[in-house]
Write a protein of this length. Structure first.
Length: 350
């Protein structure tokens, strides 16, 4: 490594999936990157061939399967792992973290505690069972300065070098500044918000709505009904977010509407793709077995449905998507129901 490269700051990324790899490539424009993966063969491939997932990586991205090494070398870390495994990852990382660390996660989902089977119809969820990812970081470690990356961030487009923006949500200005210094570039603009709860909720909820939009796409239906689903879905996202303590404003910016539009209209979105496959007759189990990465929206729609029930919210789109995904309710009947549902007011949450 050259003197210029060795003098750069080292920033850590935990998770070498498509989004973790995309963030690592963006970071590499400004800093050296240490990419953590549990897989020894992936580490070897990155370090010797500078390739991951068939993607050529800059020479200043290095890989390790030693999480203690990553914590020792990096004061700024971007954990980007699926929500179902985030808490266990944090428990492995926590012994090596100090209060001086900054963590900005890129996981758009929730952690659940005291829940045996999410897909069970009788399972009850309350806010006490559902944790945002920033809450998990604070619960499991001494780190206080926490942030989240919210979209629109389609991994495939970032890896293609297409321009986009992101939102870093944090209560701390220094977290937003640290993320901006490391990520901002000519093709990637970083906004900041102190409304971290809203950014996390919007980033998670939109995956469920994107799944529904994919179902419409899979049926070959047009943009009119897709637009209705997205806008009415946004309304349900807002009301559920407000019930959980967020403001409605958090959902109408880049992290809300922006991320929702990108994820709910792109064939490069895992959640949209899941929906299209479901519409074409594949089962939940069949799709999960063959998708290379988890579609977070599947788990999220179940969480949204059960929380909406807990808060006594009228959420017809959420309920119908839950029925289609988990109860094999006929998709055509679900669409007919939604078209005839008596929506009286268009926008009443602002």
């Amino acid at each position: 490594m050259s003197t210029d490269k060795s003098s750069k700051k080292i920033v850590g990324v935990i998770g070498a999936g498509s989004f973790g790899t995309a963030i690592a490539k963006l970071l590499a424009e400004n800093v050296n990157v240490l990419l953590y993966s549990r897989k020894a063969e992936l580490v070897t491939q990155v370090n010797e061939k500078h390739i991951n997932l068939g993607i050529e990586l800059p020479s200043n991205i290095y890989a390790t399967n030693d999480i203690e090494e990553l914590a020792a070398k990096c004061s700024l870390i971007f954990p980007i792992v699926p929500s179902v495994s985030f808490r266990s990852m944090m428990r492995n990382l926590a012994p090596f973290l100090r209060p001086s660390h900054i963590l900005i996660h890129g996981t758009k989902g929730f952690d659940l505690t005291d829940v045996e089977k999410l897909s069970d119809k009788d399972t009850i969820l309350t806010r006490a069972n559902v944790h945002t990812i920033s809450e998990v970081i604070r619960q499991e470690s001494v780190v206080v300065r926490v942030g989240c990356l919210s979209g629109p961030n389609l991994s495939a487009e970032i890896l293609e070098g297409q321009p986009t923006a992101t939102v870093i949500g944090s209560k701390f200005n220094e977290v937003i500044k640290a993320g901006r210094r490391s990520l901002d570039s000519r093709r990637f603009h970083v906004f900041g918000t102190h409304e971290i709860l809203g950014a996390e909720l919007a980033g998670a909820f939109k995956n469920g709505i994107a799944l529904g939009s994919g179902i419409l796409g899979g049926l070959g239906l047009g943009k009119n009904i897709q637009a209705m689903l997205i806008t009415r879905g946004l309304t349900e996202m807002v009301y559920l977010g407000k019930a959980m303590g967020s403001s409605s404003q958090a959902f109408v910016g880049t992290a809300g509407i922006g991320d929702l539009i990108a994820t709910a209209t792109s064939t490069k979105s895992r959640n949209y793709t899941f929906g299209t496959r479901l519409a074409k007759g594949e089962t939940l189990e069949e799709i999960n077995k063959t998708m290379p990465e988890l579609a977070e929206g599947v788990r999220t729609i179940a969480i949204m449905q059960k929380l909406s029930k807990h808060y006594k919210l009228h959420s017809p789109i959420t309920q119908m998507l839950y029925s289609v995904v988990f109860e094999r309710f006929e998709i055509e009947k679900a669409i007919k129901y939604l078209m005839n549902y008596p929506y009286a007011i268009d926008v009443d949450f602002l």
